[in-house]
Design a protein around this ligand. Structure first.
Ligand SMILES: NC(=O)C1=CN([C@@H]2O[C@H](COP(=O)(O)OP(=O)(O)OC[C@H]3O[C@@H](n4cnc5c(N)ncnc54)[C@H](OP(=O)(O)O)[C@@H]3O)[C@@H](O)[C@H]2O)C=CC1
Ligand SMILES: O=C1OC[C@@H](O)[C@H](O)[C@H]1O
Length: 430
């Protein structure tokens, strides 16, 4: 049953139902023939009656034509500006290198287009403040601008957050990690170029950082207390061509109310294989780690009526595995560590763990009648983007400009603590 459910969700993601498009469907244009657009927009749009992927623009028009053919996209533009000048396009999906997000988001907004902007929203907080506070964005009836932090839109993450809010005790510590196997990103990847605002903290590190910030709420400032990073390996001549790039990062943060936080990201994460395999083999094998978030609470005194005079403490740890791609599989563990104490003596300990999944909103919630179990976080995100553009009620989940700015500020503080430069600021002005 379990394997069949996974198979059914996976199958429906790949072959979704394709309802006819409504006359007033939003016509989206893709800036860049990027690797990620088919997952974030092209495939999710197939099952959305209010979205048409109408155009793609790439720097090389031959490449754009091939991409358009492969993905069934009718219009090809041979420059990004040409796409923005196309009056038939209502919204733009920007999946360009991070260093181009700010400029092309502003240009798109100036052209009157709604924007779905890949994460991280900008190269740094200077850009993020200028973008999200720009008069073209703060004006009444301004186009919609959304940083594509897709995982937040999935009911699984929202269920996890509601478990955090319901849990007894104050938060003691939070852990977040996202590791990517060697071989996924090539050496020339945009993520390894400082000039394009690459780096681990900008890329895979943004997710665990964002997940921690979601738990704390945006008003809590995370002060980095230590940062260790692994740079890129040196080339054949022994020099590192991109000394400002972090390939992997481990950061500890602390809040003013003393919550301890550890965030880890690795874009080339080897290992996790049992040590009896020779390292010379396992180095060539892919690794596998769940993207994970975990919250530990302070112990609380439980009801003592049945505990014969002992004090009964309960300490909860919540863990969510695979918060980033929850549709295929995820798990929320609610683990309570019970301790009976008489004075200083611990007389008994035991653990009770329950597990939860949430492929949709809870039963009876009106959102559950709209959402489907097989919707990816990208499909959920597209639903809410469309709801905003159309002025519909929506699920209530949104990533607003203040959140995107706060996230970039936390990234900048992390780079500064690491002794690395914040990513370069665009010279584009509007
Ligand atoms: N939400 C998510 O799950 C994911 C989000 N992302 C984000 O999406 C963005 C794109 O990532 P990804 O699709 O992996 O990247 P790709 O390298 O596949 O795409 C980047 C696009 O940027 C264009 N581009 C413009 N200028 C340059 C330049 N100087 N160098 C290289 N490319 C350039 C290229 O477009 P052209 O076709 O014009 O040549 C290319 O298609 C990033 O911001 C990344 O963080 C990435 C993966 C997952
Ligand atoms: O979801 C993701 O997985 C892999 C990363 O490199 C990418 O940019 C990120 O968004």
């Amino acid at each position: 049953m379990f394997a069949l459910d996974i198979f059914q969700r996976l199958y429906t993601v790949i072959y979704p139902p394709t309802p006819p498009k409504n006359d007033d469907a939003i016509r989206i244009g893709l800036l860049g023939a990027s690797k990620i657009a088919p997952f974030v927009v092209v495939n999710p749009a197939r099952s959305h009656p209010d979205v048409i992927v109408a155009a793609v623009a790439a720097r090389d028009s031959e490449r754009a034509k091939k991409y358009a053919t492969a993905h069934g996209i009718p219009i090809v533009h041979s420059s990004y500006q040409e796409m923005l000048d196309d009056p038939s396009i209502d919204a733009i999906y920007i999946a360009l290198p991070n260093g181009l997000h700010y400029e092309w988001a502003l240009r798109s907004i100036r052209a009157g287009k709604h924007v779905l902007l890949e994460k991280p929203s900008c190269s740094n907080a200077i850009e993020a403040k200028k973008l999200f506070n720009h008069p073209l964005i703060t004006a009444q009836n301004a186009p919609v601008l959304l940083e594509a932090f897709h995982y937040q839109f999935h009911p699984a993450w929202q269920t996890y957050l509601s478990e955090v809010r319901k849990s007894p005790g104050a938060i003691k510590s939070i852990y977040g990690e996202f590791f990517v196997s060697p071989g996924i990103l090539g050496p020339d990847d945009i993520r390894f170029k400082y000039g394009l605002a690459g780096g681990c903290m900008m890329d895979v590190g943004t997710y665990p950082l964002s997940s921690v910030r979601q738990i704390l709420g945006r008003d809590k400032i995370l002060e980095p207390t230590s940062v260790s990073y692994r740079g890129l390996p040196p080339g054949a001549d022994g020099t590192v061509t991109e000394p400002q790039i972090d390939e992997a990062v481990d950061v500890t943060y602390r809040t003013t109310d003393s919550i301890d936080i550890l965030v880890r990201g690795d874009q080339v994460a080897e290992g996790n294989w049992p040590s009896f395999f020779p390292a010379s083999w396992t180095r060539k094998l892919p690794s596998f780690y769940w993207p994970k978030n975990s919250v530990t609470f302070e112990p609380v005194l439980a009801d003592t009526s049945n505990d014969e005079g002992s004090q009964h403490f309960v300490q909860r740890t919540l863990t969510m595995r695979n918060f980033i791609i929850p549709t295929f599989y995820h798990r929320i563990d609610i683990s309570d560590e019970h301790t009976l104490r008489r004075g200083d003596e611990i007389t008994k300990t035991w653990n009770e763990t329950t597990y939860k999944t949430a492929y949709n909103w809870p039963e009876g919630d009106k959102r559950a009648a709209v959402y489907k179990d097989w919707w990816t976080s990208y499909r959920c995100q597209l639903e809410e983007f469309v709801n905003r553009v159309k002025g519909r009620e929506g699920s209530g989940v949104w990533v607003d400009g203040a959140e995107s700015i706060a996230q970039m500020e936390a990234i900048d503080r992390t780079y500064e603590k690491a002794g690395l430069q914040i990513r370069p600021t665009s010279t584009f002005e509007l």
